[in-house]
Design a protein around this ligand. Structure first.
Ligand SMILES: *Cc1c(COP(=O)(O)O)cnc(C)c1O
Length: 391
């Protein structure tokens, strides 16, 4: 069977593994060396050149997962985002970014780009008209993130890539939330896929890493800057990430199933005002999500009814951990108004539709009945407290 025809779980388990020539062990050996021979070798290897045996192997797996020619692994998601963006932008260039982005990416743009003479426009919404309006003759990159954090809005990838191609613009996507299991942006014409591998690729909340997948030509350009910026990942972490990705498709599919069941269940609860999950028929982007995602993912958010205090609710949870970050096998929740979107201020949050009682839910692989029981008991605790105060 040709390698390109291999299925998702086979790619996750095997692609890019480093052969153990010496002992024929079942898994890739770790090569921790930071010093390699330079004489009589085909490749001069060095960790910051992203080309140690383990880095090279894992890059192949990333590329196979996104169906691209080449890939790269970074020390964090933001190292991947910043290196990729700056590889394609220089002084005088302009970039169009979609309205809602991961906070770190937003900060990179608004805090740093001025220094480099790079101008930017955030779209007013996710419509074709909004993207078209933001493009200028200097625009070199369009950058999207779908589904978005925390309201799970969906951007039309085919629309964006067609618009960009018309103007000769490079397209980039932050594909972290969907993961390559649920979404293959290249099928819709997107050029460069970026991941915080800290999330679904790592999947166990114990690795900080980033990844990029693109054509060889685009990766060469990113590599040229990457070796100078120095955002490479240590071989020990590369090895851990390779190990984690072996089970990524199994994990993410279990998370898809759990999230869909929980979204439907939460949607019926009277203590929950609204559920934002692209797999719910009531979600405004349901049809688009169905077209471009093979699974709806493990991320959702929901709004507690006004009489339920978000902080008390999170404190009352016993199984689900209120914590930053997402995508682990364990379920976590956070309140964007208290964390990721705190700095925006009340007014801007209201404008973006982020209510104080909005909870972002990263659904894990636990039994769904146990997750439901935990949410139920937490709601009960908060309601009981509220009645005592009212008395
Ligand atoms: C976490 C995250 C990032 C940044 O990744 P780090 O590994 O924290 O640097 C970028 N994009 C999205 C969507 C994320 O969730």
């Amino acid at each position: 069977m040709s390698k390109s025809n291999q299925g998702l779980n086979t790619i996750c388990t095997h692609t890019g593994e480093v052969k153990d020539e010496q002992f024929q062990g079942a898994v890739s050996p770790i090569f921790m060396s930071s010093s390699y021979a330079f004489m009589d070798v085909d490749v001069k290897r060095y960790p910051r050149y992203f080309n140690t045996p383990n880095q090279e192997g894992l890059s192949k797996k990333i590329a196979a997962l996104e169906k691209t020619e080449a890939g790269m692994i970074f020390g964090s998601g933001m190292a991947a985002v910043s290196t990729t963006l700056l590889a394609f932008l220089r002084s005088g260039d302009h970039i169009v970014l979609q309205e809602t982005l991961y906070g770190g990416t937003y900060n990179l743009v608004v805090e740093e780009f001025d220094k480099y003479g790079i101008t930017y426009t955030f779209t007013e919404d996710l419509s074709e008209a909004a993207f078209a309006k933001a493009i200028t003759p200097q625009t070199k990159v369009i950058y999207i993130e779908t589904p978005s954090n925390p309201l799970m809005k969906v951007t039309d990838m085919e629309m964006v890539s067609a618009l960009a191609k018309k103007h000769g613009i490079v397209t980039m996507i932050d594909n972290t939330f969907a993961s390559p299991v649920n979404q293959k942006p290249k099928d819709f014409g997107i050029d460069i896929m970026i991941h915080s591998a800290t999330k679904y690729m790592g999947g166990h909340s114990d690795i900080c890493a980033g990844a990029v997948a693109a054509s060889q030509e685009h990766i060469d350009r990113i590599w040229n800057l990457g070796k100078n910026l120095g955002g490479s990942l240590s071989d020990l972490m590369v090895w851990m990430l390779e190990r984690s990705i072996k089970t990524m498709a199994l994990r993410v599919k279990a998370q898809n199933r759990n999230a869909k069941k929980l979204a439907k269940w939460l949607d019926k609860k009277e203590q929950i005002d609204k559920v934002y999950y692209p797999g719910l028929k009531s979600h405004p982007d349901y049809a688009l999500a169905k077209k471009q995602m093979s699974g709806f993912g493990g991320m959702m958010s929901f709004e507690l009814a006004p009489h339920i205090d978000a902080e008390e609710f999170q404190k009352a949870l016993k199984l689900i951990k209120p914590s930053m970050s997402l995508a682990g096998v364990e379920s976590t929740m956070l309140c964007p108004a208290q964390t990721s979107h705190f700095l925006l201020g009340e007014e801007e949050r209201a404008k973006q539709g982020i209510a104080d009682g909005l909870i972002r839910f990263s659904v894990g692989i636990e039994e769904k009945k146990d997750l439901m029981a935990d949410i139920d008991q937490a709601l009960e605790v908060v309601l009981k407290k509220a009645t005592i105060v009212a008395d």
